[in-house]
Design a protein around this ligand. Structure first.
Ligand code: C2O
Length: 357
């Protein structure tokens, strides 16, 4: 039997024009004054120091104070500056939630629930880190990661919300729209449907380890299973999340969001709603850990634990604002080499890589 293979000439997602492709003036559009500034293609900067991203529960008071100061400065930037705290929240909103439409396209751009999820969020963290470094005037600055995948009893502070996000209402790292049951020292529930849990810390520890093992080790031996479904220009996005994006990525969002239905965007603000999730400083600690787990996944046994190689993946493009508030286009292929992006992760216990206990 002869099989006819039909080659469809799909097109990778092109770099959107921020803010011209924004769907609505009122909702998550980027400030206008930057329109018309020349857009450049992202290039690796070999002169940058290698930034060392540490586990959030292990950083000292000096490091916390620095992070706090950087975020405070970011919050103080005016609304006309695309690097401001609110505008970075809006940038995340813009890339999902029907925020961006290309001219003559039916479907909005969507970086969630598909293979763009990991590379887009890697670069969102990259530029957030560079913006903070610029504001702090310290190129060695690195974002810490919220090490929620670490369930070892020896590290009881890893799988709770890092204290500095919740310790002081006047801190720039505080956020008011959160689930009361996510307050430290309550253990994270990676299988939550939102709100409080009745499980004991020991039950949660076992459940969390098994869940990560199932989602990332046994459940995601191939790139499609891990990254999510292919997505090209003209497609409706969000056709299928990778195992990791749904859970635990999504459940960490739900666990931290306020289940109270009276919140402005509905229940689960801020972390549980795309449009406002990045208002919570813990979003960044969470997504740096997501990025870190991607790097661990690649080291797990199995020949297919690799990034997709399809040109519609590699040549897809995003537009970001860099640390100088200039527009920059990044190709997905440029997000895959962490050595050239120049950051490293502190090594932490990850029992989930070898078993479910
Ligand atoms: Cu853009 Cu954790 O979501």
């Amino acid at each position: 039997v002869m099989v006819m293979v039909k080659f469809t000439s799909a097109v990778p997602i092109p770099a959107p024009d921020l803010p011209d492709n924004c769907n609505s003036e009122e909702r998550c559009c980027m400030p206008r004054p930057y329109r018309g500034k020349p857009v450049r293609q992202f290039e690796y900067d070999p002169t940058l120091p290698v930034r060392f991203r540490r586990a959030a529960h292990l950083i000292d008071e000096e490091y916390i104070a620095k992070l706090e100061r950087g975020v405070k400065l970011q919050r103080e930037l005016p609304d006309t500056d695309p690097r401001s705290w609110t505008n970075q929240m809006n940038l995340h909103c813009l890339y999902c939630d029907n925020g961006l439409y290309y001219p003559n396209q039916t479907w909005p751009l969507e970086v969630h629930n598909g293979w763009l999820f990991l590379p887009w969020h890697r670069m969102f963290m990259y530029f957030n880190e560079r913006i903070l470094a610029k504001l702090l005037d310290d190129d060695t600055f690195a974002l810490p990661f919220w090490n929620w995948d670490n369930q070892t009893p020896e590290e009881p502070h890893a799988n709770i919300l890092p204290y500095f996000y919740a310790r002081n209402k006047t801190s720039s790292l505080w956020n008011k729209n959160r689930n009361n049951c996510s307050e430290p020292p309550l253990t994270i529930d990676l299988n939550t449907e939102g709100g409080c849990t009745t499980k004991t810390p020991e039950e949660l520890r076992i459940q969390n380890n098994r869940l990560i093992y199932t989602q990332i080790v046994t459940g995601a031996p191939t790139s499609n299973l891990f990254f999510g479904m292919p997505y090209s220009y003209g497609d409706a996005g969000a056709t299928g999340a990778g195992t990791f994006e749904d859970n635990p990525h999504g459940t960490v969002h739900f666990w931290l969001g306020d289940p109270n239905p009276e919140k402005p965007a509905g229940p689960f603000d801020d972390m549980g709603n795309f449009g406002v999730a990045a208002r919570d400083p813990a979003f960044y600690g969470h997504h740096v850990n997501i990025d870190r787990i991607w790097t661990i996944w690649k080291t797990l046994p199995g020949a297919q634990r690799k990034e997709p190689t399809h040109p519609d993946f590699l040549d897809a493009q995003f537009t970001f604002y860099d640390e100088n508030a200039d527009l920059v286009i990044v190709n997905v292929s440029q997000t895959l080499n962490r050595t050239l992006l120049r950051y490293e992760y502190e090594e932490m216990p990850a029992a989930w890589t070898t078993n479910g206990e």
